[in-house]
Design a protein around this ligand. Sequence first.
Ligand SMILES: CC(C)(COP(=O)(O)OP(=O)(O)OC[C@H]1O[C@@H](n2cnc3c(N)ncnc32)[C@H](O)[C@@H]1OP(=O)(O)O)[C@@H](O)C(=O)NCCC(=O)NCCS
Length: 174
Amino acid sequence: MIENLSIMKLTDEDFEGAYEVIKTTIPYAFDLCHLDDDDEVKAMINEKRDLLKQSINKDEPIFFIAKHNDKVIGTISFAPCSEDIKICTNNEITDLGEMGGLYILPEYQGKGIGSTLINYLIAYLKKQGIEEVCLESGYKQAQPKWIRKFGEPYVIAKDYWAPGLDNMVWKYKI
Ligand SMILES: CC(C)(COP(=O)(O)OP(=O)(O)OC[C@H]1O[C@@H](n2cnc3c(N)ncnc32)[C@H](O)[C@@H]1OP(=O)(O)O)[C@@H](O)C(=O)NCCC(=O)NCCS
């Protein structure tokens, strides 16, 4: 684990840093999946930027950030579940909150920061009395990590994002 790591709620002061994490990490994740869709990347970055903005000074959606010294290096969110989760589960999941927005700057990946953010969010949600959450992932490089961490997916929507790119949805009891 790296030293001088701190986790906190996103504030106005760190908006640009968090946006930088998203702008860097989403294209990187798409490249790793050999997905070449600039429009989709742009749309996803814009959607996450709007969510970051909405979250400031509010309880929903919630964004927590990881900082190394003063630099924002990771994000995680909790928000109402996405339309994709509703579609992939045939509306069996509609009112569980979704853990998402998990992005770690490429040079900081694989050092336990994603897990630290997940543990922080889970502890926060537990204090709020939340007992279950859902999450989804279409990124091939992230899916084995979540299978190890959260078990077998509740649903695997085959070829949901593109041929060979499944969407996996998990339910996780806190
Ligand atoms: C996926 C991502 C968020 C993970 O964050 P990270 O800081 O790199 O991950 P960590 O080092 O905290 O490891 C997370 C877990 O995966 C496990 N893991 C790491 N590599 C693994 C592998 N090859 N196979 C299985 N599990 C693995 C770790 O052991 C850890 O679990 P643990 O805490 O129970 O031991 C990060 O790599 C990232 O931002 N990727 C690009 C964007 C993305 O895919 N986001 C996820 C959207 S769903």
